[in-house]
Design a protein around this ligand. Structure first.
Ligand code: AVI
Length: 326
């Protein structure tokens, strides 16, 4: 594929493709806050501070998805090394801190290029600099953008194109959006593409509840930070301390829901629009869907992906799937 956009110079040394447009943020916020059940899209959690909070969440003992997936990856990488012996590239969707790709880069000597896509440019650029130092033989080509859309990527023509979408971020989409993401990823990765994807499993709600209600209150800070970000970037006047973090497992929908609940009756100025809250009224900030392996493989099949192999973590707490475009 050819480069579709000019490279932007940044204070960091790696060239970064930047696809983001700020006005989407403003219109998404206003549209979400005008609905009867107010909502904000979870992708807006990840400004620099939000990305830092998320890294802290990943270090929590309660947040099992991170540790369980990470523990599974060396075995996954070993199996992939047998399968992908030629020159390959990895495209990571929603790359974050780039920790999970390392076992793959270590085990697969044929990886020539790594293209991480993330919405948080600063966080991504810093993580890429470090990764490039650790893996000098791999061309690291960061892209700042919304991976929910189809993107034309600055990729080299190599034998295998492997998408990587760890962390169960697919769970933050509704099943219809998840299917759309899988269809888009198939287009982005090409007709011979592969996708390695981590998906959280269904399990006891007790586990789930603890993972999203940690004792140190980091998830609560992560949740409220979206209001601080809106204040700073869009000139709104939220008082984040008047919103409580509330997360629960909705068994009927197989999802964790996160909300910010107003503790006061209040009217908030959101760049010129008055948004009224009654006491106890919530902003729905995130869903995190959980799938049984059968459910997920079926969903992937509806988007044109065949499951070649899957791996289950200890106690079936998490699953990783290798999908092949069919
Ligand atoms: C990024 N995503 C998969 C996380 C999740 O578990 O849904 C985000 C998160 N929200 C609260 N804790 C972590």
């Amino acid at each position: 594929m050819q480069n579709a956009l000019p490279l932007t110079a940044t204070e960091h040394s790696l060239p970064v493709f930047d696809y983001l447009v700020d006005r989407d943020f403003a219109s998404d916020v206003l549209a979400g806050l005008s609905q009867q059940q107010k909502q904000l899209q979870p992708k807006y959690f990840y400004d620099q501070q939000g990305s830092r909070y998320f890294d802290q969440i990943c270090a929590l003992k309660e947040y099992y998805p991170y540790q369980t997936e990470l523990a599974l990856l060396p075995k996954v990488a070993q199996d992939l090394a047998q399968r992908f012996t030629g020159d390959s590239l990895i495209v990571e969707f929603g790359a974050g801190s780039l920790v999970k790709v390392k076992p793959l880069l270590q085990a697969l000597p044929g990886i020539r290029q790594f293209v991480p896509i993330d919405i948080s440019g600063e966080h991504l650029a810093l993580a890429c600099q470090q990764l490039q130092r650790d893996f000098p033989a791999v061309a690291v080509s960061p892209v700042v953008g919304d991976f929910c859309t189809t993107l034309t990527l600055p990729v080299m023509p190599l034998q295998h194109c492997i998408g990587f979408f760890p962390g169960s971020t697919i769970g933050n989409f509704t099943p219809a959006q998840a299917r759309q993401f899988l269809c888009n990823a198939r287009q982005t990765l090409g007709p011979d593409g592969w996708l390695l994807i981590g998906v959280d499993t269904k399990k006891s709600p007790v586990y789930l509840h603890q993972a999203y209600n940690d004792a140190a209150g980091i998830t609560a800070r992560f949740n409220r930070n979206i209001l601080t970000r809106i204040n700073r970037e869009l000139d709104a006047a939220f008082r984040p301390e008047t919103f409580e973090h509330y997360a629960f497992y909705n068994a009927g929908q197989s999802r964790i829901e996160m909300h910010l609940v107003s503790t006061e009756e209040q009217v908030v100025d959101v760049f010129g629009t008055a948004v009224a809250f009654s006491v106890g009224e919530s902003i729905h900030t995130e869903n995190s869907y959980k799938y049984s392996p059968d459910e997920f493989m079926q969903l992937a099949a509806t988007a044109g992906w065949h499951t070649e192999q899957h791996w289950l973590a200890d106690k079936k707490l998490f699953a990783t799937y290798l999908l092949r475009s069919s």
